[in-house]
Unconditional design. Structure first.
Length: 120
């Protein structure tokens, strides 16, 4: 079963996304605190990190960079409503330090389809 690290400071979004992903067949470790998620992160354990962008103390892009320092093979996605900020990352192949941007708002089925396509 693929393992996902999910980080979103909004508790309601976090729980909803966690339920959707678990119902989709994924094992999910969920955190509302990005610093705590980083401290608990282990290399070669997660298949994907799904990170909200706007979070206190450590935003999604910085968390992505720090996670990649620990585990360069990890695939990452950032959930954001601020699409323009991430235009340089969109439409590039996964890997090579690139990440997938998932635009918010997003429906449950669309989120699961995005995650499925990343992990295939």
């Amino acid at each position: 079963m693929p393992r996902i690290l999910l980080v979103d400071d909004d508790k309601d979004h976090l729980m909803l996304f966690k339920l959707v992903l678990e119902d989709g067949g994924y094992s999910v470790d969920a955190y509302t605190d990005p610093v705590k998620a980083l401290l608990k992160f282990r290399p070669n354990y997660y298949d994907l990190a799904v990170l909200d962008n706007l979070m206190p103390d450590l935003n999604g892009l910085e968390l992505y960079r720090r996670i990649r320092e620990i585990d360069p093979r990890i695939r990452c996605s950032i959930l954001t409503a601020n699409h323009e900020k991430f235009s340089e990352y969109e439409d590039k192949p996964q890997g090579q330090g690139n990440l997938r941007i998932i635009r918010k708002p997003i429906g449950n089925e669309e989120l699961l389809m995005n995650i499925n396509s990343i992990l295939k």
